[in-house]
Design a protein around this ligand. Structure first.
Ligand code: G3H
Ligand code: 13P
Ligand code: NA
Ligand code: ZN
Length: 328
């Protein structure tokens, strides 16, 4: 059944678990997520970015998510728009039947330039007014996502600020969060606490403390009724990097957010954990591996099946690690 983000995260808060929010662009990702949810009896958040709508087409995406709900009627599914750039784009997703939208007003409409606080308040408040009238939840964002180690926002061509960020920009202020939530009425708030989008988060193996856990605690204490969201939460599995590089790939040394750090975040109020890169890496690795082992094979279903299986295993691991399993 289709459920809103507020419904799902209220349940998660009551029981103290976190929910991974996986990005979806194609049938293989959708099947991997639903098979993993079915296997572990987990509720689902699938999210579509502007890039996903451009790649698959809005109608294909929408019907793919609806098909998943039809095929797995026992699994609650939240259909979420990732990184909405304007109230108008959120309105379009609401019309398409999404049960939750993110209005990312931490950046201007180009989704590259950090915005003013007043701009963020204005676009987010307008989105909440519109969405809540339709029973749709809203996620806002306050602060600039960026790696505290590298000072970089992450992906060059994807979502995120361009250039080097200051330490203060990369940490959401708890007092500002309290004011923002009070004045916008958002259901969930994405916070900047040291993560960044994409595969290149950290240059050295993390030795604990990659997240600003004290900051998470302080924000959570100020906005207990609003669910915390962590973007850029891929763990960048070293075993998949090795598979890719052993089969013709060329990905530089890089590290993600350890699952144990995410678990610590969940203990202190993080409820939605955004993951895209990990499924991309598993998919690419599985396809490269299959192609190398089966050079005469040319039926795409064979290598795409390998990709589904690899993504499904990551999905299952995250549902189990975040305590989502058993809560469908
Ligand atoms: O926030 C970024 C997500 O990983 C979506 O990436 O904009 O390339 O679809 P995308
Ligand atoms: P990753 O790039 O770490 O997977 O983060 C995805 C994300 O935050 C989508 O909004
Ligand atoms: Na931001
Ligand atoms: Zn994000």
């Amino acid at each position: 059944a289709l459920i809103s983000l507020r419904q799902l995260l209220d349940h998660a808060a009551e029981r103290g678990y976190g929910v991974p929010a996986f990005n979806v662009n194609n049938l293989e990702q959708m099947r991997a997520i639903m098979e993993g949810a079915h296997h572990t009896n987990s509720p689902v958040i699938v999210q579509a970015s502007a890039g996903a709508r451009k790649y698959a087409g809005s109608n294909f995406l929408r019907h793919m998510i609806l098909a998943a709900i039809e095929e797995f009627p026992h699994i609650p599914v939240c259909m979420h728009q990732d990184h909405g750039a304007s109230p108008a784009s959120c309105q379009r997703s609401i019309q398409l039947g999404f049960s939750s939208v993110m209005m990312d007003g931490s950046l201007l409409e180009d989704q590259k330039t950090p915005s003013s606080y007043d701009y963020n308040l204005d676009v987010t408040r307008r989105t909440v007014e519109m969405a809540h009238a339709c029973g749709v939840s809203v996620e806002g964002e306050l602060g600039c996502l960026g790696s505290l180690e590298t000072g970089q926002a992450g992906e060059e061509d994807g979502v995120g600020a361009v250039g080097t960020l200051s330490h203060e920009q990369m940490l959401t202020d708890p007092e500002e969060a309290a004011d923002f939530v009070k004045r916008t009425g958002v259901d969930a708030l994405a916070i900047a606490i040291g993560t960044s989008h994409g595969a290149y988060k950290f240059t050295r193996p993390p030795t604990g403390d990659v997240l600003a856990i004290e900051r998470i605690k302080a924000i959570n204490a100020r906005i207990p009724g609003t669910h915390l969201v962590m973007h850029g939460s891929s763990s960048v599995p070293q075993e998949w990097l090795a598979v890719i590089n052993e089969h013709g790939g060329d990905i530089a040394e890089t590290y993600g957010v350890p699952v144990s750090e995410i678990q610590e975040g969940i203990k202190h109020g993080v409820r939605k954990v955004n993951i895209d890169t990990d499924l991309r890496l598993a998919s690419t690795g599985a396809i490269r591996q299959f192609m190398a082992a089966n050079p005469s094979e040319f039926d795409p279903r064979k290598f795409l099946k390998a990709s589904i299986d690899a993504m499904r295993d990551i999905v299952i691991a995250r549902y189990e690690a975040f305590g989502t399993a058993g809560n469908a």
